[in-house]
Design a binder for this molecule. Structure first.
Ligand SMILES: [Zn+2]
Length: 328
């Protein structure tokens, strides 16, 4: 694995040219695993064009590479876990994956000294801020996109998700909780770095006080706290003294998770992802269903020039312009 040999020179505008990007330098995050409860340190390094996103466990004697790919999805209980054939794995990757996809970081090597990514504040905000601060390094190779050609649908009981053709990168997520602190919420996002950073990245993970003991007994949420989760109490109240960051923070976080889980395609998906009462399992199933049907998708290069069309207005138009590529 080579680090930091990316080509320099195209300037900041390279983030918008349809070419691949890596980060401008290493970024380190120290924190705790929300499920393991253990301290963990993670460093993102620039990587060559075509590398994709690769996790590297540095705590196993010999370094072990685990590519961020949907074929490596290992488990989806309360978080997304990817692993290799030998059973080495890394968990809770989704908030970092969402930040990388949304901020258009195509190539990065992620060294991590434990089996779980640091949860930081339970959202993608710290990752987005750090990537924005260090900046992107444009690379010579074109970015690939995955274009949906035909709808695929997956279901688990009342929960479902679809991926369908759409001229843009859109997520439409709806949740419906019995608990009145959450209730029914929906959100639509046309993915752009700006829309993700402003409207989604700060939405935190959440959980119910009534579930805590069951989770702890199963070895989950051992690092969960008010510093990294929105907690809903026994009387349907928000326990966190600072309250919510967005009125509908819950559905926004579910959308954030969907962006991160679908990022395991290894490229932006030109299409519309819809889910109802979704979660990591349905997200992974939808992507697997798409990739299992060769007639349902095609790989395409991102366009060289990404400009908003004069006729389009708002984020939707920008998103469509940013990702509409030739079908060649
Ligand atoms: Zn999450």
């Amino acid at each position: 694995m080579t680090h930091g040999q990316a080509d320099r020179g195209a300037g900041a505008v390279g983030a918008m040219t349809g070419h691949q990007n890596t980060i401008n330098g290493p970024i380190t995050f120290d924190g705790v695993g929300v499920h393991s409860g253990k301290p963990v340190s993670m460093t993102l390094y620039p990587a060559d064009p075509g590398t994709g996103i690769i996790f590297n466990r540095t705590d196993l004697g010999e370094p072990v590479d685990i590519p961020a790919d949907v074929t490596g999805v290992f488990a989806t209980d309360l978080c997304t876990v990817i692993g290799d054939a030998a059973g080495h794995h890394v968990k809770t990757i989704e908030h970092l994956m969402a930040a990388l996809l949304a901020m258009r970081v195509d190539n990065v090597l992620i060294e991590v000294n434990d089996a779980e990514i640091p949860v930081m504040d339970g959202s993608s905000e710290t990752f987005v801020d750090a990537i924005s601060q260090i900046g992107l390094l444009p690379q010579a190779q074109r970015r690939r996109c995955l274009r949906v050609l035909k709808e695929v649908r997956v279901e688990i009981g009342p929960c479902w998700a679809t991926l369908s053709p759409h001229d843009g990168v859109r997520y439409e997520v709806e949740i419906d909780f019995e608990e009145e602190a959450i209730g029914r919420q929906s959100y639509v996002l046309d993915l752009m770095p700006e829309t993700f950073a402003r409207d989604i990245s700060r939405a935190r993970t959440f959980g119910f006080m009534k579930d805590v003991e069951r989770y702890w007994a199963a070895g989950f949420a051992l690092g969960s706290s008010l510093e990294n989760s929105v907690v809903i109490g026994e009387d349907n109240e928000i326990v966190n003294p600072e309250g919510l960051r967005y009125e509908n923070e819950f559905v926004r976080h579910k959308l954030l998770d969907a962006v991160g889980d679908l990022a395991l395609a290894g490229a932006p998906i030109i299409g519309c992802f819809q889910s109802y009462r979704g979660g990591h399992k349905v997200n992974a199933m939808a992507l697997a269903a798409l990739l299992a049907d060769p007639a349902a998708y095609e790989w395409t290069d991102a366009p060289v020039a990404e400009r908003a069309r004069p006729a389009a207005s708002g984020a939707a138009g920008l998103a469509a312009a940013a990702y509409s590529a030739d079908k060649s």
